[in-house]
Design a protein around this ligand. Structure first.
Ligand code: ZN
Length: 108
Protein backbone atom coordinates (compact mmCIF):
# COMPACT_ATOMS: atom_id res chain seq x y z
CA UNK A 1 0.00 0.00 0.00
CA UNK A 2 1.39 3.38 -1.02
CA UNK A 3 0.62 6.77 0.25
CA UNK A 4 1.00 9.89 -1.88
CA UNK A 5 0.58 13.36 -0.47
CA UNK A 6 0.56 16.32 -2.81
CA UNK A 7 0.76 19.72 -1.27
CA UNK A 8 0.13 22.76 -3.39
CA UNK A 9 2.94 24.88 -2.09
CA UNK A 10 2.71 28.61 -2.09
CA UNK A 11 5.45 30.74 -0.68
CA UNK A 12 4.20 32.83 2.17
CA UNK A 13 5.88 36.12 2.94
CA UNK A 14 4.86 37.08 6.42
CA UNK A 15 5.28 40.73 7.26
CA UNK A 16 4.61 43.08 10.11
CA UNK A 17 3.01 46.41 9.36
CA UNK A 18 3.84 49.37 11.52
CA UNK A 19 2.47 52.85 11.31
CA UNK A 20 5.07 55.37 12.24
CA UNK A 21 5.15 59.08 12.74
CA UNK A 22 6.66 60.99 9.86
CA UNK A 23 9.67 62.80 11.36
CA UNK A 24 9.35 65.59 8.85
CA UNK A 25 5.71 66.40 9.29
CA UNK A 26 3.83 66.21 12.55
CA UNK A 27 0.43 65.20 11.27
CA UNK A 28 1.59 62.55 8.91
CA UNK A 29 2.26 58.91 9.43
CA UNK A 30 3.73 56.35 7.14
CA UNK A 31 3.65 52.61 6.97
CA UNK A 32 6.66 50.44 7.37
CA UNK A 33 6.56 46.78 6.45
CA UNK A 34 9.04 44.42 7.98
CA UNK A 35 9.56 40.98 6.56
CA UNK A 36 9.44 38.33 9.25
CA UNK A 37 12.38 36.02 9.55
CA UNK A 38 10.29 32.88 9.55
CA UNK A 39 9.25 33.41 5.96
CA UNK A 40 9.61 30.13 4.11
CA UNK A 41 11.15 30.66 0.72
CA UNK A 42 10.02 28.71 -2.31
CA UNK A 43 13.54 27.90 -3.43
CA UNK A 44 17.12 28.21 -2.28
CA UNK A 45 18.00 30.55 -5.15
CA UNK A 46 15.51 33.16 -4.08
CA UNK A 47 16.49 32.78 -0.46
CA UNK A 48 20.14 33.37 -1.28
CA UNK A 49 19.24 36.28 -3.54
CA UNK A 50 17.35 37.94 -0.70
CA UNK A 51 20.32 37.58 1.60
CA UNK A 52 22.62 39.17 -0.93
CA UNK A 53 20.44 42.00 -2.13
CA UNK A 54 17.79 44.16 -0.57
CA UNK A 55 14.78 42.79 -2.31
CA UNK A 56 12.19 43.61 0.31
CA UNK A 57 10.36 46.87 -0.19
CA UNK A 58 9.63 48.42 3.19
CA UNK A 59 7.16 50.90 1.78
CA UNK A 60 5.01 48.46 -0.11
CA UNK A 61 5.37 45.30 1.90
CA UNK A 62 6.36 43.32 -1.14
CA UNK A 63 9.43 41.93 -2.77
CA UNK A 64 10.65 44.19 -5.51
CA UNK A 65 13.31 43.71 -8.10
CA UNK A 66 15.10 46.29 -10.20
CA UNK A 67 13.11 46.81 -13.32
CA UNK A 68 14.92 49.54 -15.15
CA UNK A 69 18.12 51.46 -14.70
CA UNK A 70 18.08 54.98 -16.02
CA UNK A 71 20.25 58.06 -15.67
CA UNK A 72 18.08 59.29 -12.82
CA UNK A 73 18.40 56.10 -10.87
CA UNK A 74 16.49 52.88 -11.03
CA UNK A 75 12.89 51.82 -10.80
CA UNK A 76 11.71 48.76 -9.02
CA UNK A 77 8.88 46.44 -9.81
CA UNK A 78 7.05 44.59 -7.09
CA UNK A 79 6.66 40.90 -7.77
CA UNK A 80 3.95 38.34 -7.03
CA UNK A 81 5.85 35.43 -8.42
CA UNK A 82 9.34 34.16 -7.73
CA UNK A 83 11.67 35.31 -10.51
CA UNK A 84 13.58 32.05 -10.27
CA UNK A 85 11.15 29.20 -9.99
CA UNK A 86 7.89 30.97 -10.83
CA UNK A 87 6.19 30.08 -7.57
CA UNK A 88 3.43 32.41 -6.43
CA UNK A 89 4.25 34.58 -3.45
CA UNK A 90 1.54 35.20 -0.91
CA UNK A 91 1.93 38.30 1.17
CA UNK A 92 0.40 38.09 4.59
CA UNK A 93 0.10 40.58 7.38
CA UNK A 94 0.87 38.79 10.63
CA UNK A 95 -1.79 40.82 12.37
CA UNK A 96 -4.42 40.13 9.76
CA UNK A 97 -4.13 36.49 8.78
CA UNK A 98 -5.96 35.47 5.69
CA UNK A 99 -8.45 32.67 5.51
CA UNK A 100 -7.34 29.09 5.30
CA UNK A 101 -5.23 28.46 2.25
CA UNK A 102 -6.41 25.91 -0.19
CA UNK A 103 -4.20 22.92 -0.03
CA UNK A 104 -4.36 19.95 -2.27
CA UNK A 105 -3.76 16.90 -0.17
CA UNK A 106 -4.34 13.56 -1.70
CA UNK A 107 -3.79 10.47 0.30
CA UNK A 108 -4.13 7.04 -1.07
ZN1 ZN B 1 11.49 30.36 -6.05
Amino acid sequence: MTSIILVDFTMKALFKKETLQDPESENNTYSNFTLKHDTVFCCETFKKYCKKFTVWNYEQGKFAIVDQITYEGHSVQSIDFCPFCGEKIDYEDENAPQKVKRKKIRAR
